[in-house]
Write a protein that binds this ligand. Structure first.
Ligand SMILES: NC(=O)c1ccc[n+]([C@@H]2O[C@H](COP(=O)([O-])OP(=O)(O)OC[C@H]3O[C@@H](n4cnc5c(N)ncnc54)[C@H](O)[C@@H]3O)[C@@H](O)[C@H]2O)c1
Ligand SMILES: [Zn+2]
Length: 357
């Protein structure tokens, strides 16, 4: 079972990745220094019925007395109302400052329970137990927690590091296919921005990954998390290196925000965004056209969309960019590739973007 440490000074913590880890969670939590006694297990209405009973059992065996808190599955649960509901239940369960919150689910649960843990009693120990590919390769690690506001996604949040992350790759076998493929976009992203050999491995392994072969799942989650851990340890607050994780996301967010093109999952929009960013990279960062084609083929092999939707107007993209928070005057900071496996940031003017979009 691969495990490694995320190096964040006093907030450093272990990450465990592998099949069947859920059953040892109680012991892993004790090994991480969490105190037995009261605890909360936060999950959603899809994940709870599948995995909460086993998790409750292993926690009890290790001396925890967990209360199960379930919210409806889906993004609407990342709300102030759901958060208020959690606070109510935490007071009823009489948790004190030493009692941990276990967040079992996808990014919605990780972000919601993470923010509850960050704020309740000014901070309870948090354990992330991600169950989607997105959560296992991205959201569980890095300490970003948040709920949405009607004005914007993730508007209310905090940086708050977990005490432990346990990614049980067996949980990925029950994930719906579309949500699984969405996570693959983020996996491919790590290869594109920082690991060319991994990209080559992904090219030769895509069919076993799509079949969710256990060994392949362990490789993609572990390798992705190690890369994210390195980036986050280098730049926890996203003032420099961490920005490269936004590769494909500028256009991706613009696509997600525009209506009228069907609804893309985040990872699908990012896949299209990465192809577009690769196009900009050929023009402005020295990526070869062959390399851009390789990235596009790999995303296609992962059964992700790679083309802008028909009818898409570049003017709409520019309009969305004008609202982008990474904008600086009439330029936008883009993450580009100068070669596969290496990213850099460049300020591009709207004219430069329009010429390619
Ligand atoms: N904090 C961060 O750094 C960060 C990074 C990326 C995304 N996010 C956030 O994560 C959220 C998206 O996360 P997500 O894609 O995991 O969505 P999600 O949590 O809504 O999960 C997707 C769906 O899969 C179901 N599910 C989860 N695990 C399952 C399993 N093992 N088997 C069967 N069904 C399962 C869920 O119930 C849900 O219906 C967004 O709110 C996004 O803002 C946060
Ligand atoms: Zn993303």
């Amino acid at each position: 079972m691969p495990s490694f440490r995320v190096d964040l000074g006093p907030a450093s913590h272990e990450v465990h990745v592998g099949p069947g880890l859920l059953g040892s969670l109680g012991q892993l939590a004790r090994d991480a220094g969490l105190m037995p006694g009261r605890a909360a297990l936060v999950t959603d209405s899809n994940v709870g019925p599948l995995y909460a009973p086993d998790l409750l059992a292993t926690l009890r065996t290790a001396g925890f007395v967990p209360t199960l808190l379930e919210v409806p599955a889906g993004e609407p649960s990342k709300s102030l109302a759901a958060l208020a509901g959690l606070y109510d239940r935490l007071t009823e369960a009489e948790l004190d400052r030493t009692n941990p919150i276990f967040a079992l689910g996808g990014g919605v649960i990780g972000d919601l329970a993470g923010f509850a843990a960050a704020t309740y009693l000014r901070g309870l120990p948090l354990v992330q137990i991600p169950t989607t590919l997105v959560a296992q390769v991205d959201s569980a690690l890095g300490g970003k927690t948040a709920v949405n506001h009607r004005a914007a996604k993730n508007l209310i949040g905090a940086f708050y590091q977990p005490r432990l992350i346990v990614a049980d790759t067996t949980a990925l076998t029950t994930l719906p296919a579309r949500e699984f493929r969405e996570g693959l976009a983020e996996v491919i992203k790590y290869g594109a921005i920082m690991d060319a050999p991994f990209l080559t491995w992904l090219e030769s392994s895509m069919s076993s990954i799509l079949q969710r072969d256990p060994a392949s799942l362990e490789v993609i989650v572990e390798r992705s998390l190690r890369h994210k851990a390195y980036v986050v340890a280098t730049d926890e607050r996203e003032s420099g290196l961490r920005k490269i994780l936004n590769f494909g996301h500028t256009l991706g967010h613009a696509l997600e925000a525009s209506s009228g093109y069907g609804s893309y999952l985040h990872g699908e929009a990012v896949a299209i965004g990465m192809v577009a960013a690769a196009g900009l990279s050929v023009r402005y960062a020295g990526l070869s056209a062959d390399e851009a084609t390789r990235l596009e083929r790999l995303l296609g092999a992962g059964e992700l969309p790679t083309q802008m939707p028909s009818g898409w107007q570049s003017s709409e993209f520019l309009q969305a960019l004008r609202l982008d928070k990474k904008r600086a005057g009439d330029a936008v900071e883009f993450v580009l590739l100068d070669r596969l496996g290496h990213a850099l940031t460049r300020k591009l003017s709207f004219e430069q973007i329009a010429a390619t979009a």
